[in-house]
Design a protein around this ligand. Sequence first.
Ligand SMILES: *[C@@H]1O[C@H](CO)[C@@H](O)[C@H](O)[C@H]1NC(C)=O
Ligand SMILES: *[C@@H]1O[C@H](CO)[C@@H](O)[C@H](O)[C@H]1NC(C)=O
Ligand SMILES: *[C@@H]1O[C@H](CO)[C@@H](O)[C@H](O)[C@H]1NC(C)=O
Ligand SMILES: *[C@@H]1O[C@H](CO)[C@@H](O)[C@H](O)[C@H]1NC(C)=O
Ligand SMILES: *[C@@H]1O[C@H](CO)[C@@H](O)[C@H](O)[C@H]1NC(C)=O
Length: 367
Amino acid sequence: MEASTTSFSSLMGSSRTRTLIAFSFVTFSFLCLAIADGSATQQESCDMYQGNWVYDTSYPLYNSSACPFIHNDFNCLKYGRPDHLYLKYRWQPINCQLPRFDAEQLLKTLKGKKLVFIGDSISLNQWQSLVCMLHAAVPTSRIIKQHLYNHSIPAVTFKDYNVSVLLFHTLYLVDVDEETIGRVLKLNSITHGDVWKNFDVLIFNTWHWWHRKGQKQQWQYVEVDGKISKDMDRMTAFRMALTTWAKWVDSDVDANRTQVIFQGISPSHYNGAGWNEPGVRNCSRQMTPFTGPVHPTGLTHAVDVVKDVISSIKKPVYLLDITTLSQLRKDAHPSSYNALNGMDCTHWCVAGLPDTWNLLLYATLIK
Ligand SMILES: *[C@@H]1O[C@H](CO)[C@@H](O)[C@H](O)[C@H]1NC(C)=O
Ligand SMILES: *[C@@H]1O[C@H](CO)[C@@H](O)[C@H](O)[C@H]1NC(C)=O
Ligand SMILES: *[C@@H]1O[C@H](CO)[C@@H](O)[C@H](O)[C@H]1NC(C)=O
Ligand SMILES: *[C@@H]1O[C@H](CO)[C@@H](O)[C@H](O)[C@H]1NC(C)=O
Ligand SMILES: *[C@@H]1O[C@H](CO)[C@@H](O)[C@H](O)[C@H]1NC(C)=O
């Protein structure tokens, strides 16, 4: 009896311990769930793209003079930009903090992978910024610049991490073919997709070349559904090309392997009406971000087209929605501080605004 009591109480004891353990495990998991849930809720309720530019003495994120990869058109300090305040702004979302950029964590996350920016010179802009951000963190590791795929695609490879960051240059995503009649923009054809399928993270961008006419127009004819014409409504053409891209994503991307991101439309600053200085025709001597609500000056429709087309894709595609936060940065373009001394209010200084695009990209990739 005694023994059995003992054994009973010891059994009770151990069972109480078990219960306690079980209980604390439940509490612990519950807490974990609550924490996971809390951060998930925060992530979901937090729109990273709504916020303000705040002055931050710790900026810029890297010393651009020490980055060997910057194209002369974006290297504003090298070309004598005297004001440096534009380097000191950090994007602060209203309801949350952006994660601190941890280059090593990103390189480990991307181990064995190829990340590629696909698009026009705005892609080049973001590619260079990302490469500088990674280089600044691991400057003594083995980093090589090479051309992959038949020497056609520039890539920076971080050998110690087996990560390559590539740039695939294409102005329209869809094809432009040299034919007997001339150069034909083919809105239903996207043959480069066969190359893109080899990569793991795809960050697309196209917009700036769609409305260009005259000397800057890169084609003589446009082909839709086998019919060739001299020209067409450019916004309609843009939508058709994006729709061709969207169908390609749904039919050809292996969503188990490849992550698809669309870099939202990057704004230019050639019209002061957008920041309450009507009559101003460029970004020269703009030294601070705009603090009021911006007037989109014509961009909304293109942004709507992008959002509309992306929402039609069945596979997951993430929109890096940089338009609004970039519209505020009339101060962040090279203006005349570039190799050609031309007035450039389309691209962005590196270091500078594209670093923030990459912080937002980072937040998405490490999730
Ligand atoms: C930035 O890098 C350049 C070139 O390596 C170097 O001369 C300069 O001292 C660095 N500036 C700062 C603030 O570290
Ligand atoms: C690098 O990653 C690729 C793709 O995952 C893999 O095929 C290759 O073996 C890796 N190389 C090294 C040196 O780990
Ligand atoms: C690579 O370049 C060679 C020489 O220009 C060309 O013959 C070949 O078709 C190219 N291969 C690919 C896959 O583009
Ligand atoms: C992707 O992964 C899912 C779940 O593991 C699997 O059912 C599906 O067949 C995979 N798709 C491809 C194209 O590999
Ligand atoms: C830029 O704008 C300023 C003032 O609005 C004007 O004086 C200047 O000529 C413009 N420069 C170029 C290259 O357009």
